[in-house]
Design a protein around this ligand. Structure first.
Ligand SMILES: Nc1ncnc2c1ncn2[C@@H]1O[C@H](COP(=O)(O)OP(=O)(O)OP(=O)(O)O)[C@@H](O)[C@H]1O
Ligand SMILES: O=C(O)[C@H](O)CO
Length: 365
């Protein structure tokens, strides 16, 4: 979070991690008490939406407080979004966006995670006060999203065209468990590499059934499948399927990994078990250059993965059970499938890329 002043104007860059970088617990709450509350919520599995709704209510600067402090100076907030849907009031808990979270909304979150009875009395005191507003008008604040997953996918799409690929953007809002997300990409690859001119309708039905589990709307799935069918019928070159978002992993093991590496590993299993000529290549990477507590940003897989692992005596299921995807990719072929760009200094969530080469019958046209 950088602040800069030019004459009577304050320029802020709002980005990932901003909530933690700009703590300002509302009195009488102490910083330690506020940290304990957010840690308990995160450990209980609260979503970023729930977490930041609570953070805004317990902070002097979040939820528009920073803009209020700057009033009447003109505030220009340049925002890098790391939250699906780019909600201005939730990115870094919206320090320049007036908060409307009501105490009852916050208590409902505490109740949901059974924390209401283990909170310090300061929480009750803060929530019993009405939040200050920064006046009747918000004319002195301009919030601009200058970086987001949508923008990243649009840039990737332009690069794909430069490389002679045919891009199609599925969605910037992919979420849900990596097991469902990997099934979606496996089904889409089978749909695109289908030997029939018209892919089997049951494949399309399964893809549409998965939509709600992975945060992708039916019309985005139908639009994408129509592009893939056109590719099959008209025999374009390789289609570059682009998507992004922030899937989740249910951690059951003690291994080292991240959601991007685990997703890539699971998609590799899907591709390896897919019959026919499934020449898809899949990449998942964190745009901040770090995936979980590892040096990698993600990994690349294809249908050769299973055979490659088996030939090197690596049991994929064992690594997955232990959430040990980083160790797996590090040991496989000297780590050649890992993506290691280093930290990028920005964060617009994860990007998924799947290259779908033309299926054999179109080569003969
Ligand atoms: N061994 C593991 N295997 C798979 N996923 C893991 C593992 N360890 C952690 N994770 C996942 O990685 C996530 C944390 O990823 P990361 O450290 O990249 O932060 P982040 O969620 O991207 O936050 P930020 O947006 O601030 O970078 C956790 O939500 C957890 O589900
Ligand atoms: O700082 C935060 O609140 C998260 O990174 C979401 O923006």
């Amino acid at each position: 979070m950088e602040l800069g002043d030019t004459d009577n104007r304050k320029n802020d860059v709002i980005h990932s991690g901003g909530s933690a970088l700009l703590p300002a617990p509302a009195p009488p709450m102490s910083l330690q008490e506020k940290q304990d509350v957010t840690r308990k919520l995160a450990a209980a599995g609260a979503t970023i939406q729930e977490l930041n709704t609570v953070r805004r209510a317990l902070s002097l600067l979040k939820g528009g407080g920073l803009a209020q402090c700057a009033n009447p100076a003109q505030v220009v907030a340049l925002i890098l979004s790391d939250v699906i849907g780019d909600p201005l009031d939730l990115i870094a808990s919206g320090p320049t966006v007036q908060s409307d979270s009501k105490p009852e909304e916050v208590w409902a979150i505490f109740d949901r995670y059974k924390l209401s009875d283990s909170l310090p009395s300061s929480v009750k005191e803060v929530l019993s006060k009405t939040r200050p507003h920064y006046g009747e008008t918000k004319d002195h604040v301009l919030n601009v999203v200058i970086g987001s997953n949508t923008i990243a996918l649009e840039c990737a799409s332009r690069k794909a065209v430069e490389l002679g690929l045919r891009p199609v953007i599925l969605s910037p809002g992919v979420c849900g468990d990596v097991r469902f997300v990997s099934q979606l990409y496996g089904l889409l690859s089978r749909f695109a590499c289908s030997p029939e001119k018209d892919p089997p309708p049951e494949l399309a039905a399964k893809i549409l059934q998965l939509g709600p589990e992975v945060g992708v709307e039916s019309w985005d799935l139908c639009r994408t499948m129509n592009v893939l069918v056109e590719e099959i019928k008209e025999g374009w070159g390789t289609t570059c399927l682009l998507a992004g978002g922030e899937p989740t992993v249910q951690l059951t093991g003690k291994g080292r990994g991240g959601r991007n590496q685990e997703l890539a590993l699971r998609v590799g299993l899907e591709l390896s078990s897919s019959e026919g000529n499934n020449g898809a290549v899949f990449l998942s990477g964190g745009t901040d250059g770090q995936d979980g507590p590892t040096e990698a940003a993600g990994a690349v897989t294809d249908r050769e993965l299973m055979e490659e692992a088996t030939s090197q005596g690596l049991d994929i299921d064992g690594f997955l059970t232990n959430n040990d995807s980083f160790t797996f990719f590090s040991q496989l072929s000297e780590g050649r499938r890992l993506i290691m760009p280093g930290l990028t200094g920005t964060n617009v969530m994860d990007v998924h890329v799947m290259l779908l080469p033309p299926s054999p019958q179109t080569d003969l046209q």
